[in-house]
Design a protein around this ligand. Structure first.
Ligand SMILES: [Zn+2]
Length: 65
């Protein structure tokens, strides 16, 4: 499950694409809930952590640390 490790500012790919056609999201807030922002249309959405982990497919771009 190493590819499921994620952190703030990572870009992740979700299992289902956003209606705008983009499938990559940036993690912009982490807590009990995760806020991700669509890279295609800038729409952001808040997901409970467990739900996020279920829907997230993989990390496609690691944030600079
Ligand atoms: Zn979108």
């Amino acid at each position: 499950m190493a590819d499921k490790n994620y952190q703030m500012n990572d870009v992740v790919e979700m299992k289902k694409p956003h209606p705008c056609g983009e499938n990559r999201w940036r993690i912009i807030r982490m807590g009990a809930d995760i806020r991700i922002k669509c890279l295609g249309c800038d729409h952001s959405t808040l997901l409970p952590r467990r739900r996020f982990e279920t829907k997230m497919k993989r990390v496609v771009e690691r944030a600079e640390t």
